[in-house]
Ligand binder design. Structure first.
Ligand code: DGT
Ligand code: CA
Ligand code: CA
Ligand code: ZN
Length: 575
């Protein structure tokens, strides 16, 4: 699948055009890029159906470019732009504070083409010397380059997902493969993944390796052996494949799912019993003398399935999302694991955007898309008026939007119930919508996109003084891009609980905010909602990413408000 590869080029085109001070187009390219990278379907399949222009935000001109790339493997327009400014614009602009223009200046003045160049120039003090830059800019770059580098090495879970799904499907369908699982951090649904660790069984390992290593999406073969190979695929993701014996599959799946700390804790449980656990099996070594090599081969206890391995260690099977050695082993030993929330438990989505603010689709398109996905209710919550360059909704437009919603409510073909609200901006002066406007809302979502010096107080004050129902993406982090706000989360959770405010687990790939560790820590006191914050129809499919983070935070349906029917939660929002 070339979705990410194409999206990456469209993002870069946007940056190059911005440098040339072209108007409107950069935004159009960025939106198209975001749509393409968010597709769960292979863009090539869409192309073959002749439906590229059906993709949100993809018009004729960008559709032609995608087609050209798929047909020729190259995009002439991109290559020309890149020839004018031969830098890794995507990497450079991923450093907070560096926009396309800055990247251009750094190239012209200092020959900076990538993150290593940038770091060197900053350390040598050369950046501070450039007119208009100074020490502060230089220090800011040094402070944020680590985050940008991590972004080059790890992929957001949500961006790895389409690649993983396609890989899983392809190998499942290949005759050369029997069982296939994607283990590692992907199976644990960590917010970012370093690579994909694929585990499989195959009757003819050589044939299976051939299929894996020679697929058209493989850009580079890092290593190839009879049972283990590593490749880089389109979109720049490393995939490790290990072929294992069916009899060892369970032990291997446990081992390669990790986490490493979880594995070590399991191994210690085995050692307590005078057993051994490795990636092949669990075995009893109590009667066996160590051989000269130190290896002890004992009697096999388990290994075929994960269940057997956990069971032999007197543990309930532990869901992969919990395997972080944060208490799950003890709880599994007591057979007291939480019944984790599932995607199918989710009844509604409580943050959607439309073209009244920065979304791409109409109210009707979003509501229909939610209907198609079987949701029972949605909240339309466009940004308030103070949002970025007045791209938010004003009160007149809000009333127009209400008319749109009333029409949908009156339409018998639309089953989903549409709530009307706002994503109000929390500022040092309160909200950017009036109390009277809040009264017109079924639900008020509050969010902070700025970074005041005392964020905790600002948030708490807004909670107390305004009728906020949900606090969206609490930390406002962007993974690999922007640090979380310096919030006293415990204090915010406490005030939210007092004021009856739910905290959002935002499912956007770069947000996944509240972070799962906080979700876990404050589960007893907080009420959560999992929302997609969809800005296009296809982003409604991000819900599973948010649910995965709720699961990593040990949440059951009791912890997640939007697992409840609308009737049950409506009263909460009215209160
Ligand atoms: P990643 O790829 O950085 O997102 O994280 P993981 O967890 O997928 O790590 P990776 O790909 O290095 O290895 C996959 C799994 O293999 C890991 O979760 C646990 C297991 N593993 C790797 N190295 C070790 C090790 O040194 N000791 C133990 N006990 N397990 C290991
Ligand atoms: Ca991995
Ligand atoms: Ca790996
Ligand atoms: Zn937005």
């Amino acid at each position: 699948m070339k979705n990410k590869e194409i999206a990456d080029q469209l993002y870069e085109i946007a940056d190059f055009l911005e440098i040339q001070e072209v108007e409107y187009k950069p935004r159009a390219y960025r939106r198209a890029a975001r749509s393409v990278e968010s597709l769960s379907e292979d863009v090539e399949d869409i192309y073959e159906r002749g439906e590229l222009q059906e993709i949100d935000d993809v018009g004729e001109s960008i559709a032609e470019k995608i087609a050209e790339y798929l047909e020729t493997g190259e995009l002439e327009y991109y290559e020309q732009l890149k020839a004018d400014l031969p830098v890794d614009i995507d990497a450079l602009t991923s450093v907070e504070g560096i926009g396309p223009q800055t990247a251009k200046t750094l190239y012209e003045k200092l020959g900076v083409t990538d993150l290593d160049d940038l770091e060197r120039a900053a350390r040598e003090g050369a950046i501070a010397e450039i007119e208009g830059f100074g020490e502060k800019t230089q220090q800011n770059i040094l402070d944020h380059i680590g985050m940008a580098k991590a972004g080059q090495e790890r992929m957001l879970l949500g961006r790895a997902f389409p690649i993983a799904d396609e890989l899983q499907e392809r190998l499942d369908q290949a005759d050369e493969f029997e069982r296939v699982d994607i283990a590692g951090s992907f199976r644990r649904r960590r917010p970012t993944v370093g690579d994909l660790d694929v585990l499989a069984t195959a009757d003819d390992p050589e044939a299976a390796m051939e299929v894996f290593c020679t697929h058209e999406d493989v850009k580079d073969v890092l290593s190839r052996g009879p049972t283990k190979s590593s490749v880089i695929v389109s979109g720049d993701l490393q995939i490790d494949l290990r072929l294992v014996d069916p009899g060892e599959y369970g032990a291997a799946l446990v081992y390669f799912t990790g986490s490493k700390d979880h594995n070590i804790a399991l191994r210690n449980l085995a050692i307590d019993r005078d057993w051994k656990l490795n990636e092949y099996r669990l075995f009893d070594v109590s009667d066996v003398e160590a051989s000269e090599s130190g290896l002890r081969k004992g009697e096999r206890i388990a290994g075929g399935t994960e269940d057997d391995v956990y069971d032999a260690l007197d543990l309930a099977w532990i869901p992969p999302e919990l395997r972080e050695d944060t208490g799950e082993i003890d709880v599994a030993a007591n057979d007291d694991l939480p019944e984790l929330v599932e995607l199918s438990d989710i009844q509604g989505d409580l943050q959607l955007h439309t073209d009244y603010s920065d979304g791409s689709n109409t109210v009707q398109e979003m509501v229909n898309a939610a209907d198609e996905r079987g949701l029972d209710y949605v909240l339309i919550s466009d940004h308030g008026p103070s949002f970025q360059f007045a791209s938010g909704i004003n009160q007149d437009e809000f009333e127009d939007q209400r008319d749109d919603i009333e029409r949908l409510r009156a339409d018998d073909d639309v089953e989903v119930e549409t709530l009307h609200g706002i994503e109000a901006e929390i500022t040092t002066d309160g909200l950017d919508v009036s109390e009277e406007w809040c009264d017109r809302c079924d639900v008020v979502v509050g969010a902070m996109h700025s970074n005041p010096s005392n964020p905790t107080e600002v948030v708490q004050q807004a909670f107390v003084e305004h009728p906020i129902d949900i606090f969206a993406h609490p930390s406002n982090r962007l993974i690999h891009e922007r640090e979380p706000l310096d919030l006293d989360v415990e204090a915010v959770v406490e005030t939210a609980a007092e004021e009856g405010i739910a905290l959002e687990i935002n499912a956007q790939p770069e947000r996944l905010d509240l972070d799962w560790q906080n979700v876990k820590e404050y589960r007893d006191d907080a009420t959560y909602v999992v929302s997609t914050d969809a800005h296009t129809t296809s982003e409604l499919d991000f819900m599973h990413l948010g649910v995965a983070q709720a699961r990593r935070g040990w949440c059951t349906t009791d912890d997640v408000l939007n697992t409840k029917p609308l009737d049950e939660i409506r009263s909460l929002f009215e209160g």
